[in-house]
Design a protein. Sequence first.
Length: 239
Amino acid sequence: MKKHLIILKIKLIMTNKFLVIIPARKNSRRLISKNSKILCGKPLISYTIEYAIKNFHLDDIWVNTDDNKIISIAKKYGIRTYLRKSELATSTTLISDTIYDQCKFFEKKKLSYQDIILLQPTNPFRENFNINEVIKIYLSKKIKSLMTVSRIYKKLGKISNNKFLPFNYKFEQRSQKIESLYFENGALYIFNKDLVLNHKKLISDQVYPFITSGVESEIDIDYEEDFKAAELYIKTNLI
């Protein structure tokens, strides 16, 4: 009983500070209707919705979409939806413009919040890191934005004039000695609402990198190959 009260208390603290937004555009050029595509028995977006419900109150979670199918899925979970304007649902629309539009709407409605958590449905697996730890870091450091990153254990380079140019290592260098590089894995973002309203940005110049480990946190579904990889991880009980 005591454990449940502690969990409830944590949720209440988070509720007073954070708004959770799950953006899900209908059309996708690379993988058609990927957000509602069935992944091992349920829509892709369901994995992110269920993660949000597990960690936050329903009233704090919104799905931002222009897709009636996604709206129906969200309603089955009791999640509220914000109807995205058609001009903000194109392949060239920046996610920051979409979030800005929703934030302006909330400002007019005088909905109280200070910080926003963005969960992309194309990253279905987040169980390998502690959301409370992430939030604790965000609040204690008093930063304007935070994002999850993963380390790359590869020798990277670029090709110029038919020549390969090493970027983070030298030829014949031992792999243990290569420079540590990280990539933005898209699993989670936290940012202050003023960053959005005043600058139309989700990521500040001093964004804090929260390092996540595990292949599952690196799965970002944009192509059919990514989708098949996610299916494989689920079916082989790796996730």
